[in-house]
Design a protein around this ligand. Structure first.
Ligand code: AVJ
Length: 332
């Protein structure tokens, strides 16, 4: 993996790494995944500019309750979080996306008369990150913003933060669900290391629930999630000179109860050969590319996860329909 790419605002539009470097990492990830059994592509590849925009549309779908449920919890408890975390905090957000949720926290800290000493948004979607970081820097002029365009599934280096600032990590959206539980624990251990002994983690987690609700959330009637899934192939066609025919793959999403995860796949509707970055990739009829897992947590699984990563749940909030959790975690 390449080194983390950091910069200070307002260096908008500055290229953070040579294009060729990015492409070779993408090529390696994709060819590695497509030679595995079963074929797999990592969900981080969803988020090119078109994919980030499609995900924003998903968050507004009637079936996709996650974002609304989490916002409900954040609106109810952002002030509690700011009170608990206290003064002189550096806020580090893993996956800043459209930058909506963090405003609730930034506002809550500001209304307690102790605005955060720094905000570090980390995201893989370069265009969206640049836009969000510059807007937040403009709206919160006393808060230095240091954006980091990086894949946080790999170890990354963060910019220097204000001395003595308490580190508050924010990992919203239930993106933790994209990791296999073993990897989720390894990731949270890295976060635990980053925030140090006096740090905090605010974690958004989707709760395990009836499969009919989950299946609808990941296979919406309007077909936006299907479009989001297929967009990964469109991206590979463009960036890796691949020749996926989007008419010959279909979106599949279902809750796997045994593993407690929603799986998303792209299923080849017939036997075919696709070319990707100069390599041949053969598909049998019905064979799929596994593009995402979204693990769903019950209390037992959540406790096991956070405990194994060296955290302790001090507060656990949910929405009125009890679909989603926001956990406030201390270093154990
Ligand atoms: C952004 C990873 C939380 O898993 O629910 C939405 C992505 N995939 N619909 C999720 C997603 C399909 C989303 N996360």
């Amino acid at each position: 993996m390449t080194a983390p790419l950091t910069r200070r605002l307002p260096a908008l539009g500055a290229s953070m790494s040579p294009r060729a470097e990015v492409d070779s990492a993408l090529r390696a990830d994709v060819l590695h995944g497509l030679t595995m059994v079963p074929k797999t592509l990592p969900p981080k590849l969803f988020y090119d500019a078109a994919g980030a925009a499609l995900f924003e549309r998903i968050t507004e779908l009637p079936e996709y309750y996650l974002t609304r449920a989490e916002l409900e919890v954040m609106r109810a408890h952002a002030r509690d979080i700011a009170t608990l975390a206290g003064e002189h905090c550096a806020l580090i957000e893993y996956g800043s996306g459209a930058g909506i949720k963090v405003r609730l926290l930034l506002d809550a800290f500001a209304s307690h008369d102790h605005p955060v000493a720094a905000y570090v948004p980390i995201d893989i979607s370069r265009e969206q990150l640049a836009e969000v970081a510059s807007r937040i820097a403009a709206e919160y002029p006393t808060t230095p913003v240091h954006s980091v365009c990086a894949d946080y599934t790999a170890p990354l280096r963060l910019p220097d933060l204000p001395q003595r600032a308490r580190r508050v990590a924010f990992f919203p959206g239930s993106t933790i669900g994209n990791f296999h539980p073993t990897e989720a624990a390894a990731f949270l251990r890295r976060v635990r290391h980053t925030i140090a002994d006096d740090g905090v983690l605010v974690l958004g987690v989707d709760r395990r629930k009836d499969s009919s609700i989950l299946n609808a959330a990941y296979d919406d009637a309007a077909g936006v999630t299907a479009e989001f899934n297929l967009n990964m192939l469109r991206r590979l066609n463009r960036e890796l000179h691949a020749d996926f025919d989007l008419e010959r793959f279909r979106h599949l999403a279902f809750f796997n109860d045994t593993a407690s995860r929603v799986e998303m796949h792209l299923v080849s509707v017939e036997a075919q050969v696709v070319h990707v970055a100069g390599e041949r990739v053969a598909f049998e009829a019905g064979e799929s590319i596994w593009t995402e897992s979204s693990y769903k947590y019950d209390r037992e699984r959540l406790d096991a996860l956070v405990t194994s990563a060296g955290f302790h749940i001090t507060h656990l909030w949910t929405d009125s329909a009890e679909r989603f959790w926001v956990a406030y975690l201390d270093a154990a």
